[in-house]
Design a protein around this ligand. Structure first.
Ligand SMILES: Nc1ncnc2c1ncn2[C@@H]1O[C@H](COP(=O)(O)OP(=O)(O)OP(=O)(O)O)[C@@H](O)[C@H]1O
Ligand SMILES: [Mg+2]
Length: 321
């Protein structure tokens, strides 16, 4: 039996979120935010955290800086119960990445300093550790610049060892949507883009056209469509799964939280409809508190929400440290 349900290699950083700011921010003035939150950020780490809280056995590998920000982020992640035994810390004076989010209600600005994020290469990864799982997931492809050269080889090897593979590219800061992505698509079992990303990946104007193109290359694609829920393409079958109606606190990390619910259900052999429903539930749950993990760090909020919107699999709260 595999040691883990899922292994994830990726970035870790904190999100510093400022709330209540107008979209138009004047220069050279003191602007006051109405609220502030410092929380575990980064797509890879949020997914690892929330999957572990949902009771999955998660092995997470990252390279964090030697600064206090890295230590805080790793501490938060450790509380989830994810295994961090293969995570590495950079040399003295290396900095962990940080994301500053300016929340303007429905829209937001996302400013990321990558720090040591680009330094982790495939040569730094223990392939046996990554392979000791049923499934491997990669998030934030375009931020994992150090991994790019070795990724096709790693995916081929993990596939050869019987793992299933999933990818959430997230945004491409260079807006090119090419390079290693093309080489990775043929290895994927699941692609988890949002509605904007799927069009950019396929270089098509509509989600429907994008899915027509990509369905020939990836067997299962779940497109995240905000409050509308998800649009799923499984082979030639396409269907919408409506979202859960909620009043969001913020939608930061909802995509990563969708991935957590979707993959947690998928790893337990749920139907694809149930996977998308689970993703919609955990995505909506994430919006009920700040950032991508705060709702999952509040057992009472989580329990109440999941009582009203039951997941198609049991959640094991005892896994939290
Ligand atoms: N306002 C909302 N109401 C209900 N559910 C929501 C809302 N916003 C997001 N969700 C849920 O979370 C999922 C993911 O959200 P979204 O489409 O914003 O992903 P994303 O753009 O990838 O997010 P991220 O910025 O975290 O990467 C949605 O598919 C939906 O299930
Ligand atoms: Mg996303």
């Amino acid at each position: 039996m595999a040691d883990f349900d899922i292994t994830i290699a990726g970035e870790v950083n904190l999100d510093l979120i400022l709330y209540g700011l107008d979209e138009a921010i004047p220069l050279n003035r003191e602007i006051l935010a109405s609220n502030f939150e410092m929380t575990l950020g980064s797509s890879s780490a949020i997914l690892a955290h929330n999957l572990a809280v949902l009771g999955r056995r998660v092995g997470f590998v990252t390279l964090c800086g030697s600064d206090p920000m890295g230590a805080i982020a790793m501490e938060r992640l450790a509380e989830s119960g994810a295994d961090l035994s293969r995570c590495a810390k950079g040399a003295e004076n290396t900095k962990t990445g940080v994301t500053i989010l300016l929340s303007h209600g429905r829209s937001r600005r996302i400013l990321t300093y990558p720090g040591i994020m680009f330094d982790m290469t495939v040569a730094d990864l223990d392939v046996d550790y990554l392979a000791s799982a049923q499934h491997f997931h990669l998030s934030s492809l375009f931020l994992q610049k150090g991994l790019h050269a070795g990724l096709p080889g790693l995916f081929a090897e993990l596939k050869r060892r019987g793992l299933t593979l999933s990818l959430d590219t997230n945004d491409d800061p260079d807006d090119r949507w090419d390079g290693v992505l093309e080489q990775l698509l043929p290895y994927l079992d699941v692609l988890l883009p949002n509605d904007d990303e799927v069009r950019r990946i396929a270089k098509r104007d509509s989600i429907e056209e994008a899915l027509d193109v990509l369905s020939a290359r990836v067997p299962l694609i779940a497109v995240k469509c905000g409050s509308r829920g998800a649009l799923v393409q499984e082979g030639s079958r396409r269907f919408a799964v409506p979202g859960v109606s909620v009043e969001p606190v913020d939608t930061i990390g909802a995509g990563d939280s969708f991935n957590a619910g979707f993959l947690a259900a998928w790893l337990r052999g749920a139907t694809i409809e149930q996977c998308a429903q689970a993703g919609n539930i955990t995505g909506a749950l994430s919006t009920q508190n700040q950032g991508g993990t705060e709702a999952f760090r509040d057992p009472r909020l989580m329990e109440e929400f999941l009582r009203e919107h039951p997941l198609p699999f049991p959640v094991a709260p005892a896994r939290r440290k």
